[in-house]
Design a binder for this molecule. Structure first.
Ligand SMILES: [Zn+2]
Length: 262
């Protein structure tokens, strides 16, 4: 179950010893430009880079995790990198070797961030037999979701020795607002089959609406994830609390989802 611990959302499904996480909203940051205020974790949206870095630092504080963060420019792929202490600062204070849309690690003292504004942030946490944690964070818009980026992260955690994996999907655009084209339906059908596409891309009043959180949720459960918590909030329904790309036609800030092993 999700709980709003101002100014972030947290899920009890990810309450595992030694792990902290948070999904940001627009609240609790230091950005002052109206369309970014106040919590913007995205570079190149209008804030000074140092303002963005301070917001990311604050977000890690809210999550109770290290300020040694790893991020990346995101490209709507299903590419995930395994990272460690040597990668700290990438995507935040230094360049990345190559962009991707998610990370996994078993390294303590570092934090992972993915950034969203309508796309779904998915945080994952697993435990090995000895109780030690492994974690992941992915950015899952429809392309990444349909291509299976979330279950891919889960599989990587299992491959790292996790015997159980949990996941939480934070604030994203929901079927109430996410009107899509026939091409999206066809792509989901090509990737996951007609029945799957029909379950997550539905017609209403002559238009199609997609459930990107539903896509990742079903695929995560199929991949053996024990529990998946899905926040019911729709970013486009509540632009006062969330940065929504759709509502603002792109003039917006970016939310962050962070997870770290303490
Ligand atoms: Zn909505």
């Amino acid at each position: 179950m999700f709980k709003y611990n101002y100014p972030v959302w947290q899920s009890d499904v990810l309450n595992i010893d030694g792990v902290g996480h948070a999904f940001s909203t627009r609240e609790g940051g230091i950005s002052e430009i109206p369309h970014l205020a106040s919590m913007n974790t995205g570079f190149l949206r209008g804030d000074d880079d140092d303002t963005v870095r301070e917001n990311i630092r604050l977000l890690c504080t809210f999550a109770g995790i290290s300020e040694n963060v790893i991020g990346t420019p995101q490209i709507h792929s299903a590419d995930i990198r395994t990272v460690g202490a040597e990668n700290v600062g990438e995507g935040i204070t230094k360049d990345v070797p190559f962009p991707c849309d998610g990370f996994v690690t078993d390294c303590a003292g570092i934090s992972l961030i993915v950034r969203v504004a309508d796309c779904a942030p998915v945080l994952l946490c697993g435990q090995r037999e000895d109780g030690s944690p492994v974690i992941g964070a992915v950015h899952a818009g429809w392309r990444g979701a349909a291509a299976g980026i979330a279950p891919k992260a889960a599989k990587m955690l299992f491959d790292m020795g996790a015997v159980r994996v949990f996941a939480a999907i934070g604030p994203c655009i929901k079927p109430c607002c996410y009107q899509v084209g026939e091409d999206l339906f066809e792509s989901v059908k090509d990737l996951q089959g007609a029945d799957f596409a029909a379950r997550h891309v539905k017609e209403r009043d002559g238009s199609l609406y997609a459930d990107i959180a539903g896509i990742s949720c079903e695929l995560l459960l199929s991949a053996g994830v024990e529990r998946v918590d899905v926040l019911s909030e729709c970013t486009a329904c509540h632009p006062e609390l969330y940065h929504s790309h759709r509502v603002t036609k792109g003039v917006r800030g970016t939310m962050g989802a962070v997870i770290g092993i303490k």
